[in-house]
Design a protein around this ligand. Structure first.
Ligand SMILES: [Zn+2]
Length: 106
């Protein structure tokens, strides 16, 4: 089965291109390739209310991040610091990612 390949990797710096967090930059914390989603700390946050669970466990409000579709972000090139698309080049048998703007290996 062919699924859309995710070209991003954990630790890549990306910028959010849609929604209320648009323009924010952060590093990818986790990737779900099958879902096409990534987790970005501090992005797409929501508050979860947890009920008190007996004595000594008062209720609390947790702030959590929901994964976002990979299509909603753009990679920031570590070299030119611009949002870019990822290209590939072959180095012998190795496939390397390159910035489409400055051609640097990523
Ligand atoms: Zn670049």
């Amino acid at each position: 089965m062919m699924t859309a390949r995710i070209k991003l990797r954990k630790g890549d710096t990306v910028v959010v291109s849609v929604g209320k967090d648009r323009g924010k930059q952060t590093k990818i914390e986790r990737i779900w390739p099958k879902d096409g989603r990534i987790l970005l700390p501090g992005i797409n946050q929501y508050k979860k209310h947890r009920k008190p669970q007996g004595e000594g466990r008062p209720g609390e409000i947790l702030t959590l991040s929901r994964p976002v579709p990979v299509a909603n972000v753009a990679l920031i090139c570590p070299r030119c610091k611009e949002p870019t698309r990822i290209g590939f080049r072959m180095d012998g048998a190795k496939k390397l990612r390159v910035c489409r703007k400055c051609r640097a290996d990523i």
